[in-house]
Write a protein that binds this ligand. Structure first.
Ligand code: DP6
Length: 315
């Protein structure tokens, strides 16, 4: 009763920010993301008769045990588990570690318990652990349709990873941990005066960006993605309490991206809850962008990524 799974980090182009049901992690809006190829979490779960309690590590063991409870119930087993998990990137700095962690845990723990769940069921279950985790289950370009209930809120692949060869540069700025988690930040989303406006415009934005992705219009896609990131951060900035996830070096990267764009070197940024920046570009500009990003004061590392598959089990 042992299994190991890998789940990728996913980067949202249209963000999930605000819940209509906190317990079920039902989102206020649908969202859209890409999986990365290399950055992610590897998790091994072993259900064992000899264990008296679950053995888990990491930053939030209670949340992991809660997820194991869901799986115990589903598999109708009364065993405890040993969970070993490894992220190949820094946690709690805005790189969506909860997404890849809960997606990998969901796949490994259900497989180890002998459950063979369909993608939709895995995505739903991962969502209960962390909302954005539901998007790390399917392949490539993924849409999480908000749905109306636990049964109808899950993510699906909308284009394969090979549909469009975009590059994602992950700009690591500081290992400083954020003070307010995504879960806590989302609770106050609705206190922003702009929140309603944001929600009202989201479906139209998703429809538009899907069209641009389908036709591979990089400029139009990038403009929507960057506006959307700032739209979400505007909610964070204007809520009560107000949340500022950026560091000075975050703003430096944002401004550099815009300056280079004016000079004809095209790329677009997006940022989650943290200081690090994801820069999307075409393959032809990757080399030059990495060279320039590396030179910005405060940049620790630039990781080169492509669009990748969803969660998978190791044989
Ligand atoms: C800014 O999925 O971490 O990265 O459901 O409370 O675990 P919980 O929140 P989480 O929120 C992710 C927020 C985001 C945007 C996104 O990935 O869509």
């Amino acid at each position: 009763m042992k299994a190991t799974a890998f789940a990728p980090v996913n980067v949202a182009l249209i963000k999930y920010w605000g819940k209509s049901d906190e317990k079920l992690r039902l989102p206020m809006n649908s969202s859209l993301s890409v999986n990365l190829t290399k950055m992610g979490t590897v998790t091994t779960v072993e259900w064992k008769k000899a264990l008296k309690q679950d053995v888990v590590s990491g930053t939030d063991p209670g949340r992991v045990v809660e997820h194991l409870n869901r799986i115990r119930q589903l598999a109708k087993i009364d065993l405890r588990a040993r969970v070993e998990t490894k992220n190949n990137f820094p946690e709690s700095v805005g790189l969506s570690s909860s997404a890849s962690s809960f997606a990998a845990l969901t796949l490994a723990a259900t497989a180890a318990a002998g459950l063979k769940l369909e993608e939709k069921e895995l995505s739903r279950l991962a969502r209960l652990g962390s909302g954005s985790a539901c998007r790390s289950i399917p392949d490539g370009w993924v849409e999480w349709q908000k749905g109306r209930s636990d049964e109808t809120s899950y993510a699906k692949s909308i284009f394969t990873k090979d549909h469009w060869d975009l590059r994602v540069l992950v700009v690591l700025l500081s290992q400083k941990e954020k003070k307010v988690s995504s879960t806590d930040g989302q609770v106050v989303a609705e206190t922003s005066a702009f929140f309603k406006e944001r929600i009202n415009g989201i479906d139209k934005k998703i429809k538009q960006i899907k069209q641009e992705i389908k036709q591979k219009n990089f400029t139009a896609m990038g403009e929507i993605m960057e506006e959307e990131c700032l739209n979400m951060h505007a909610i964070m900035l204007t809520g009560k309490p107000s949340l500022i996830y950026w560091l000075p070096e975050t703003v430096r990267v944002m401004q550099a991206v815009r300056e280079w764009r004016e000079q004809g070197l095209e790329s677009y940024f997006t940022i989650n809850t943290g200081q690090n920046v994801f820069v999307f570009c075409l393959p032809k500009d990757e080399e030059e962008l990495v060279r320039r990003l590396d030179k910005i004061e405060g940049v620790i590392e630039v990781k080169r990524e492509k669009i990748g598959k969803g969660a998978k089990l190791f044989a």
